[in-house]
Design a binder for this molecule. Structure first.
Ligand code: BTN
Length: 261
């Protein structure tokens, strides 16, 4: 991929305008964090063909062979409270879901907070990391892994993962459209400080909605019915006692009672 590969499809002022591509890196999130410390600009996008130390949520590994999958990370320098970082992850999930629909004509669902699915199978995972300085956000890195390549999904993942069947050019278009939609949504969010503008559309894709979920918080585990999201991006869960709680995405994992969704 060339460093100007996304240009033909980009309509942004900043997202992806500075684009760096490597054949191999440890993790595009780590690469973006290093660049952040060197002063890289808001909107810098990094991408690699393979990652030797791809990272997933909750300390997991993200297998990142060179098989045509997308491994990319966007660097942001938001002037916002640290508590707003999870909202940016939801904005990315929503933007990627819409981009996949537009470019690949594949219907998408979202498993709160930020897995993109086709049916019950995962297409994309998102890992957001943040750097702080004196209690304020210094940078946010949003890492996005999209299955676009593995035509041969390993047997053990067959009923959990889905790969979009697209070629090189469509892949570049997909990355650019993710940036176009993300920038538009991020600007709306930065203007109002709330996710009210996407709540309804996010909820129509929310695969957990109306389902019984198991909320796994560090040191606390409970079941309830997922009702939707709040304007701050928390998941609304009605516990078996009837109490309605707002689940903040940070370290939480939500599972279906009978499986992943
Ligand atoms: C998850 O679902 O657990 C999140 C996976 C995030 C994977 C992406 S691939 C690009 C970026 N670099 C990483 O090391 N991780 C993210």
């Amino acid at each position: 991929m060339r460093n100007n590969a996304l240009k033909p499809y980009l309509t942004t002022a900043w997202a992806g305008q500075c684009f760096l591509y490597e054949e191999e890196t440890d993790s595009t999130n780590l690469m973006a964090k290093r660049l952040a410390k060197e002063g890289a600009a808001h909107g810098t996008l990094v991408c690699a063909a393979r990652q030797s130390a791809g990272r997933g949520r909750r300390g997991r590994t993200w297998i990142s062979e060179e098989n045509g999958n997308i491994y990319m990370s966007l660097l942001l320098r938001p002037d916002m409270e640290p508590s707003h970082a999870p909202m940016m992850t939801l904005i990315m999930a929503y933007s990627v879901a819409k981009a996949v629909e537009q470019v690949c004509k594949v219907k998408t669902g979202i498993k709160w907070p930020n897995d993109i699915l086709n049916g019950t199978k995962k297409i994309c995972g998102i890992l957001t990391e943040m750097g702080m300085d004196k209690g304020m956000i210094s940078y946010v890195v949003i890492g996005v892994g999209i299955n676009t390549g593995q035509m041969e999904i390993p047997e053990e993942l067959k009923d959990k993962a889905f790969s979009l069947d697209i070629g090189k050019e469509q892949k570049e278009e997909l990355m650019a459209v993710c940036m176009n939609l993300f920038e538009e949504n991020y600007e709306t969010f930065a203007g109002c400080g709330s996710l009210k503008f996407l709540k309804e559309e996010y909820e129509t894709r929310l695969v957990n909605r109306g389902k019984t979920v198991c909320v796994l918080e560090p040191g606390n585990e409970y079941r309830g019915r997922a009702l939707g999201i709040t304007e701050k991006g928390e998941l609304l869960v009605e516990k078996e006692t009837g109490e309605i709680v707002e689940v903040y995405s940070g370290e939480v994992s939500v599972r279906g009672v009978y499986g992943y969704v």
